[in-house]
Design a protein around this ligand. Structure first.
Ligand code: HEM
Length: 262
């Protein structure tokens, strides 16, 4: 980790630059932005497929593209979840999640600061941002888990596709029937198994859809929060997600010895 460095500042105060986000967090963040943008974009076309005149084969292709972007998204998210247990201080769940008495006090102090236009500085997430990040992660995890089930029920893709294919064909361990099974076609399915699978799928598509609406709202609030905080506190929040460093004219309240010593 880099020690704090003095940088020039347009005001007369010298500004201190501290390292906030490690490389794993930054790569996760931008890869996640790319994947979620792709998933939302293709997801919307799937959602409006009838209005857009998409053919049945086109719909299967769109779902397949969506699922493959989804795999990259799930791997990236899984790596970030693991990193939260052994990464540096600021990437850890115990630093990020909004729990405990200390968190409550810091939230109260931050809200008071907002009213007086003098919020405490944070090298990591401020207390309101911790709430936002938790909501975002919960919605991302919901999309990831329901999406993996739908990749199985709609496309017979991993990780559950093989079992679902056995179910809808009624073939059990006789895999000879599976090779003719095509997503979107009922030609080789066992009608009862297929109907059971469609009933099983219903709550997953419902959650995938409503959690998508909530995720879009949460992403908009997140972007608004970043813009407002940057305009008020001027710590270089956006560039920090590229360089890792935030700039301060007052001492951040959450500094650790690790941050000071470098
Ligand atoms: C941030 C993550 C994600 C977002 C925002 C998202 C969004 C969407 C949206 C809007 C739809 C259309 C829903 C509908 O037609 O009612 C959809 C469908 C689908 N998603 Fe996702 N998705 C995400 C993650 C995933 C993942 C990780 C996978 C699997 C690897 C996945 C697999 C599917 C499949 C198979 C469908 C087709 C279901 C259908 O409409 O019949 N999704 N998704």
């Amino acid at each position: 980790m880099n020690p704090p460095t003095e940088t020039s500042n347009k005001t007369t105060n010298p500004a201190l630059s501290y390292h906030a986000w490690d490389r794993t967090v930054r790569i996760f963040h931008w890869l996640n932005v790319l994947c979620v943008t792709g998933l939302v974009g293709v997801g919307l076309v799937i959602f409006f497929n009838k209005n857009l005149g998409v053919s049945p084969d086109g719909k299967i292709l769109l779902k397949t593209i969506h699922a493959y972007i989804g795999y990259v998204f799930v791997l990236n998210l899984s790596w970030r979840i693991l990193w939260g247990f052994f990464g540096n201080t600021r990437s850890r769940w115990k630093t990020i999640l909004p729990f405990g008495k200390a968190y409550k006090n810091s939230l109260a102090a931050y809200v008071r600061g907002l009213k007086n236009d003098d919020t405490p500085a944070y090298l990591g997430h401020n207390p309101l941002a911790k709430l936002m990040i938790t909501v975002l992660f919960l919605l991302l995890i919901t999309q990831a888990t329901t999406g993996l089930v739908l990749a199985g029920t709609d496309l017979y893709l991993p990780p559950f596709g093989h079992e679902i294919a056995e179910w809808v064909t009624g073939s059990g361990e006789d895999h000879s029937q599976l090779k003719d099974l095509k997503p979107g076609s009922k030609d080789t399915v066992d009608p009862q198994g297929y109907e059971e699978m469609r009933a099983f799928r219903k709550p997953y598509i419902w959650v995938h859809q409503y959690s998508f609406y909530l995720l879009v709202i949460a992403i908009l609030i997140h972007i608004l929060g970043v813009v407002v905080t940057e305009l008020r506190e001027k710590n270089g929040l956006v560039s920090a997600m590229f360089t890792g460093n935030k700039v301060f004219t007052k001492r951040p309240t959450d500094l650790t010895d690790e941050d000071e010593s470098g």
